[in-house]
Ligand binder design. Structure first.
Ligand code: 4UV
Length: 575
């Protein structure tokens, strides 16, 4: 093939992103993608205000924060949780902790206190960065477990000094109190001294702990090493040509998810692109940012395409600078690609596939290939550094893709996670002999090596790219006083281009007798939906509905037969 093999540096994430002069001159030619940095060029722009940081500032501020953390007594062996929407302060916190050599555990800003506590405790976070608006959730999480705590002098606010001053003056009473109580990250910046260099040979240490449910159960910490990240970015730079020095990239996917973290936070820095940061996806904020900053490239999930397709505001803004979108994290259908390209002919679509456990990308369609006929809907070839197998789940043998056979996708390469954090059993379950990682997705490969994802064998629902572990919803629902048994699956919504979580519920005996009218039934299912909505993050709500049944289909060993529930959902759809 014409794709060059990437050089895989053995160094920390921080020193890879900001190589020191000696290393850079020695290995100049091996950093293929590293143009001379223009130190005045904005690296990250706040998409709402226009405030920006240059590459030199990102580096300097990260070092200053690392020094500040060190003075606070925070060590390399510790884990720090970053809890907030995308912002320049989020980036500073992330790279500050990286400069120190400690571990970043980014948490989803939509979490409820319960969900956040699970991650804080499980990741053994001993310090944290929190967006001021999320302090109620964060502090509530700490209150829930008297045995777990983070002292006030290790909780830092994700805001500037100026924003802090403003809250001190104009905020609510609670906010005024918090501004007295906590320091913001900028207040930690210390000019004196630079953090010690990360020693060679430490690249196998953990850099990030993102949370993923994997194939089953609750969220687990995915141990992503420094080498996992650097090798992934090097491989992306060989295969995924779109993001270049001149590009202005929109970062609206959460940095707390591996997709936003790797592809919008790390990769663009290595080509000195400019990244426009939005706290989250919002149609108008998106359109305004594209027009104002002349955005050329955006990373999306399929439901964002639906929002733009149906938007009546698109024509009011100049979005002609966009060359293309990369979509990932959920299936992108050829119908949607076609509809989108018909409405926006200047925006070329491409698709990637990956998992938190693979840092994340294993397959990506490059732009030119994506324009060729017949490639629509496919996830592309395997990228350099990755190896793939398609394995029959029953026999454990490799299938024959040339005969159109499908199999579970197994992956191997330097960007596959080290394992699940402090969870040997879960780690053992996803690795096969020879270091192959079992994705839980079923794929096919055509004669030219292009893959498509055709099914999912693991227990996972994806709502707009976000993970919804069915086992977590089931564990919650079974605690409801009126529910005897429950099974949760995802149903597909074509209109919204996403799956929606649906619960099949067996009401406690005697209760069914009270459902004398369709109305009383509906009142009950609505009540259950609301009850769940009050207890989980927004993306985990039962948007696919609640259906009352007599029994949940189970295997002899007691496992919920989700296949049967899915078949039932298809029948219900047809009726
Ligand atoms: O662990 P996770 O939440 O991870 C992701 C990562 C997706 C990325 C990241 C960077 C990219 O550049 C990119 O294109 C995609 O989502 O969930 C992993 C599961 O999500 C499903 C599949 O079931 C994975 O096991 N999934 C992810 N991408 C696709 C997908 C896709 N293109 N088509 C179908 N399913």
């Amino acid at each position: 093939s014409t794709i060059p093999a990437p050089h895989l540096p053995r160094m920390s994430v921080y020193h890879y992103l900001f190589p020191f002069k000696k290393y850079k001159s020695k290995h100049r030619t091996r950093f293929l993608y590293y143009p001379d940095p223009n130190l005045e060029k904005p690296s990250f722009i706040d998409g709402l205000t226009g405030r920006f940081v240059t590459r030199a500032q990102v580096e300097e501020q990260s070092k200053m924060l690392a020094t500040g953390l060190k003075i606070k007594g925070i060590e390399r062996t510790e884990v720090g949780c970053v809890f907030g929407m995308n912002s320049l302060e989020w980036i500073n916190a992330c790279f500050g902790v990286q400069a120190l050599g400690a571990v970043v555990s980014p948490a989803n800003y939509a979490y409820t206190p319960d969900e956040l506590l699970h991650q804080l405790r499980d990741s053994t976070s001993s310090f944290a960065f929190v967006q001021p608006a999320l302090l109620p959730t964060f502090l509530k999480a700490l209150e829930l477990d008297p045995k777990y705590s983070i002292p006030d002098n290790r909780i830092f606010l994700l805001c500037t000094k100026a924003e802090k001053e403003q809250l001190k003056e104009k905020g609510s009473d609670a906010e005024k109190g918090w501004m007295e109580r906590f320091q913001c990250s900028e207040e930690l910046w210390e000019k004196s001294g630079t953090p010690k260099r990360f020693q060679d040979g430490m690249e196998e240490r953990t850099a990030y702990l993102c949370y993923s449910s994997g194939t089953t159960g609750r969220g687990k910490g995915v141990e992503t090493s420094h080498h996992n990240v650097t090798s992934q970015v090097q491989a992306l730079n060989c295969s995924y040509e779109p993001i270049k020095y001149k590009d202005v990239i929109l970062a609206m996917l959460p940095f707390s998810h591996i997709y936003g973290l790797t592809v919008t936070l790390h990769q663009p820095l290595t080509v000195n692109g400019t990244v426009v940061v939005l706290p989250r996806f919002d149609e108008i904020a998106f359109l305004k940012a594209v027009e104002r900053f002349k955005v050329t490239w955006a990373l999306v999930v399929p439901p964002m395409l639906i929002a733009l397709l149906n938007s009546s505001n698109v024509s009011k803004y100049d979005i002609s600078t966009i060359r293309g979108f990369m979509s990932g994290a959920a299936p992108l259908s050829s119908d949607l690609i076609q509809a989108f390209e018909a409405k926006f002919p200047h925006i070329k679509m491409t698709q990637g596939y990956g998992l938190t456990e693979t840092t994340p990308v294993s397959n990506v369609m490059n732009l030119k290939e994506a324009q060729e006929k017949g490639r629509n809907g496919k996830i592309g070839r395997i990228i350099p550094t990755y190896q793939a197998r398609l394995v029959d789940q029953e026999t454990g043998r490799d299938v024959e893709p040339s005969k159109g056979e499908r199999g579970e996708l197994w992956l191997r390469g330097p960007s596959v996670m080290k394992g699940y954090w402090r969870n040997e059993q879960a780690t053992r379950e996803v690795f096969a002999e020879g270091g192959w990682f079992k994705t839980g997705d079923v794929a096919m490969m055509d004669k030219e090596g292009y893959f498509s994802i055709v099914d999912r064998v693991k227990e996972l629902i994806k709502y707009k790219g976000f993970q919804v572990p069915p086992a977590e919803l089931e564990a919650l629902l079974i605690t409801h006083p009126d529910i005897a048994d429950v099974g949760v699956i995802g149903i597909h919504s074509k209109e919204q281009a996403t799956e929606l979580p649906r619960a099949y519920i067996v009401p406690k005996s005697g209760l069914s007798a009270s459902f004398t009218t369709p109305q009383s039934k509906m009142e009950f299912t609505n009540k259950v939906q609301e009850w769940v909505a009050g207890k989980v993050a927004n993306h985990k709500r039962l948007r696919g509905g609640v259906v009352l049944v007599d029994v949940i289909p189970k295997s002899p060993s007691g496992k919920i037969l989700r296949k049967d529930l899915r078949a039932r959902a298809v029948r219900e759809e047809e009726e």
